[in-house]
Design a protein around this ligand. Structure first.
Ligand code: LLP
Length: 433
């Protein structure tokens, strides 16, 4: 469910007309719905009511300070993957003491920063890293709280670039050597064993892979509890969202009727499937959802520059591009695209929606049926709240887009559009030229 809906033939975010946002903040521009985020958060936490759950929002999905403040006010902890993310949470007033620090290649300075900020737990990805954490903690005269990320070797059935729980992926320690690494950890002076962690991939739209992974881990988790008194099991993130029916999925009735006979993942179905497997462990359950929390809570607003009729193909050229939203170019990801002015019944065109960058991959959608469009029309690229702005760049010396947060009828620009001066601020022309 989300709060992007047509009202009086205009697309609204909550109580605010997206036309107005484009006029006031320019395009391309990300727009987020605070109430959609709140609802996603409470649905997921309600669905886990049967266990003692802690939601660590995977802030890599959307790390805007205002978004972090919103999560913090909801009581969320955070899943952090860099020193930069630790600093962001601190800047937003979030609680690092309840948060976890993950990532396959944590630098010494980042481990120090995490420990100095009183991180709840560090998720260890290898034996080499375990020894590094031990040394760093020793140097600071502290004990490092850790959990080992175990790779359960299950297939999440998702895109190859975002699957993480297979043995060929670079993540975690192999399932069969997990007990050995815990034994090593128990022998290290500056390490405190706190939990165990898995994460099998992203954009998972069925419960089965989660069930398979948690089921496979269950005996190991019990054993770790017995041997080392672990206090938590983090089952990672990865809950998928409805990209293909993004607009329709805002309506609760759609979920009742249209989602393939009830097979698409919802937080309720996720909770129903995993809670029974976790209950008897009697451990705190950590979750690290990113996309589910923010994906459907954001759109990228973009304006049509030209409509071009090529040889046998139509192109809608918009002012947003792959530098603003990389997912279609990088993963062939599908994002639904809708006009801000609701289309009237009538003529439609089949077109590619493309950006102005000089690459064929700079394409948001291929062969889409769209209403007749003209220069100046506004489009909303849906489900862009996760892995959108955070993956944006400045290719072609294009400025980083603006970000706007809507909360009911309130609107705030939470990231200003980048200026040219800021883009070149760190560059220097040396004297010898
Ligand atoms: N925990 C760990 C250890 C992770 O590596 C990730 C995501 C998450 C949690 C959050 O996963 P989520 O709930 O968002 O699926 N850029 C890609 C997605 C990369 C996900 C990386 N890891 C995309 O745009 O689809």
């Amino acid at each position: 469910m989300h709060q992007f809906k047509y009202r009086d033939n205009k697309l609204f975010c909550e109580s605010v007309d997206l036309d107005r946002i484009a006029a006031e903040h320019g395009t391309p521009c990300y727009v987020y719905s605070a109430n959609t985020i709140r609802e996603n958060y409470s649905r997921l936490s309600d669905s886990l009511a049967g266990v003692n759950a802690r939601i660590c929002y995977a802030m890599k999905a959307n790390s805007n300070l205002a978004v972090l403040r919103l999560f913090s006010s909801l009581g969320a902890a955070f899943d952090l993957v860099s020193g930069g993310e630790i600093r962001r949470v601190a800047a937003a007033g979030g609680n690092i003491g309840t948060s976890v620090f993950a990532g396959v290649g944590k630098r010494v300075e980042e481990i120090e920063l995490a420990l100095r900020n009183g991180i709840f737990s560090i998720h260890v990805e290898s034996e080499a890293e375990l020894h590094r954490i031990d040394r760093v903690a020793g140097g600071l005269g502290r004990k490092a709280p850790v959990a080992v990320r175990v790779n359960p070797d299950v297939d999440a059935g998702t895109h190859a670039k975002i699957t993480t729980g297979k043995s060929e992926n670079k993540f975690g320690v192999p399932f069969d050597s997990a007990l050995d690494i815990y034994r090593t950890a128990a022998g290290l002076e500056n390490i405190e064993i706190r939990g165990v962690q898995i994460h099998i991939g992203s954009q998972i739209t069925r419960v089965d892979p989660f069930v398979a992974a948690v089921g496979k881990m269950h005996p190991l988790v019990e054993e770790l509890k017995k041997r080392y008194g672990i206090g938590y099991f983090s089952i990672g993130g990865g809950l998928g969202i409805a990209y293909e029916h993004a607009l329709a999925s805002g309506d609760p009735a759609w979920w009742d009727k249209e989602d393939g006979g009830g097979s698409l993942l919802t937080p309720e179905r996720y909770g129903e499937a995993v809670v029974p497997l976790l209950k008897d462990l009697d451990l705190e359950v950590l979750l690290e959802p990113g996309r589910f929390m923010v994906g459907n809570a954001g759109v990228l607003l973009t304006r049509v520059e030209h409509v071009k009729h090529g040889a046998g193909r139509n192109f809608v050229i918009v002012d947003g591009a792959m530098n603003d939203l990389l997912r279609p170019a990088m993963y062939d990801a599908y994002h639904e695209i809708v006009p801000v002015a609701e289309a009237r019944e009538g003529d439609s065109v089949n077109a590619d929606v493309v950006g102005p960058i000089c690459e064929s991959g700079d394409c948001f959608a291929r062969q889409r049926t769209l209403p007749q469009l003209a220069e100046g029309d506004l489009l909303a690229v849906l489900s862009a709240g996760a892995y959108g702005f955070v993956m944006a760049g400045r290719y072609n010396t294009r400025a980083m887009p603006a970000e706007v947060l809507v909360d009911g009828d309130k609107v705030a620009e939470v990231t200003a559009r980048e200026t040219f001066e800021r883009i070149i601020a760190n560059e220097r022309i040396p004297d010898f030229l």
